[in-house]
Design a protein around this ligand. Structure first.
Ligand code: MEV
Length: 318
């Protein structure tokens, strides 16, 4: 900028040290499905719990209109705010940026660090989405009240299906009952929960698609099955509310039977569950099935790891 007749006056304002917007830190926990899988996608209730493995995000404001995203799981991405498209390994994060593009004061760098093993179905995409959305919304000065609905929209736009249960647990922490209208209620915590990874995983979107295809021509049968699953999840919620963990366990065991009828268990999962039942009070698949994790309640069976429920959901600092 050249010197003008008003140069010295102008200098008094723009030569002042610029107060840079502060860094924002956010974190959110991963989650595990306790019961209600699949039926929750079709309007029934589920129980989901946040776990003590978190995603940490640091948002550092930039002086330009560019966004830089760095993490351990993919190459860094640098892109102009104006050019953002929802694609690639950072698509959930980019969708969160797009939701706030008009309100952002400038570009920023986003550093993402995760304690959650992305191979396991521990809600890592949901935790990344909630933590990034929280940090970006705070930077944009946007309201945080409807964060779950906005995060759910991101998941539905990208995956086409998804109940948003994992997003709810990442947001609130604790163990909660959830339905896909976004109704969330805290529940008392059960005694010891355990998890065992079966060694492979089918992505949730693929399992949901397969179940939807297998349901064609059997719509009434599947609707009745979802109804039974929903009732079992509701009984488990009622049992949790009265801390009747015996009844709670019985409903988890019953739910595994429904998962088998739905066709999302397999020989490996069946065997892990059968072995674990000699020790644990209850065992079932946790999540969409066709791989991934088995959940146990009560005494930890051999090969299972304790799953500690995280009390704190989304935390935003700055
Ligand atoms: C299978 C499902 O119910 C649980 C996946 O963890 C899918 C969903 O809730 O979005």
């Amino acid at each position: 900028m050249g010197q003008t007749a008003h140069g010295s006056q102008r200098c008094r304002s723009w030569c002042r040290p610029i107060r840079r917007a502060a860094m924002i830190k956010a974190s959110a926990p991963g989650s595990i499905m306790i019961t209600g899988e699949h039926a929750v996608v079709y309007g029934h209730k589920a129980i989901v719990a946040a776990i003590e493995q978190r995603v940490f995000v640091t948002l550092t404001p930039r002086d330009d209109q560019r966004v830089v995203i760095r993490s351990e799981i993919a190459d860094p991405l640098e892109i102009a705010l104006a050019d953002i498209a929802i694609e690639g390994p950072y698509r959930f994060v980019l969708a969160a940026v797009l939701q706030h593009r008009a309100q952002l004061p400038s570009g920023f760098a986003l550093d993402i660090r995760s304690e959650i093993n992305p191979t396991l179905g521990l809600g890592s995409s949901a935790a990344v989405t909630i933590a990034c959305l929280g940090a970006i919304a705070r930077y944009a000065g946007a309201a945080l009240e409807d964060l779950h609905a906005r995060a759910h929209k991101i998941i539905l736009d990208i995956q086409g299906r998804g109940s948003g249960a994992d997003l709810a647990a990442s947001l609130t922490g604790g163990m909660i009952s959830y339905d896909n209208t976004g109704e969330i209620s805290p529940l008392p915590l059960p005694p010891q929960l355990g998890l065992k990874y079966c060694g492979y995983k089918t992505p949730t979107a693929v399992v949901l698609q397969r179940v939807a295809e297998d349901s064609k021509g059997r719509e009434d049968e599947i609707a009745t099955l979802y109804q039974d699953m929903g009732e079992s999840a509701q009984h488990a919620i009622d049992a949790a509310l009265t801390q009747d963990w015996q009844r709670f366990g019985a409903e988890l065991t019953r739910y595994q039977g429904f998962m088998e009828t739905l066709g999302v268990s397999d020989d490996v999962l069946d065997q892990i569950i059968a072995d674990a039942r000699t020790t644990a009070q209850a065992t079932k698949i946790s999540g969409s099935g066709l791989g991934d994790c088995v959940l146990s309640l009560g005494t930890l069976p051999q090969g299972f790891t304790a799953a500690r429920v995280a009390e704190q959901g989304l935390i935003i600092d700055g």
